[in-house]
Ligand binder design. Sequence first.
Ligand code: ZN
Length: 160
Amino acid sequence: MTYLEKQSNPLDPVHFRGNLQADYLYTSGAAGDKFFKHIMENDSFLASECEECGTVFCPPRLYCEDCFVEIPDEKWKEVPAKGTVRLFTTAMLNTFGEPLEVPKIIGLIDIEGTDSSMLGILKTKDQKQDLTGITVEAVFRPTQEREGTLKDILYFNESG
Ligand SMILES: [Zn+2]
């Protein structure tokens, strides 16, 4: 299938080969900007807590999406860059379908002290281990090499 062919069943999986130009700019917004500036200088995360329902967002949000209320600055807090692995997968191929020299484990991590999860690369000595439920801690780039992006988090290491 090429990208010019019409897809008749929206449930059919679609796969394109080749290059597709996709120019876009996605801004991190005011809350995301604060989050990324924080991780440039700290080995922790910023979170914000809704006063109405108590949900703690990480990365932080300016508004609660459930209660439609603003989250004021005084409800922002620092949380440790730690969490619990909820689920994970092991990538054996790169984005071009070529085998990776070292398989990459990607996990969904429930961030400690929040109601949010974050994707991250997991480092473990045992590739076959079931990582579900283990506690992990973010390993950041050296402070002078940080750029204020998620790439400042190199990976998550098993902790404790
Ligand atoms: Zn809320």
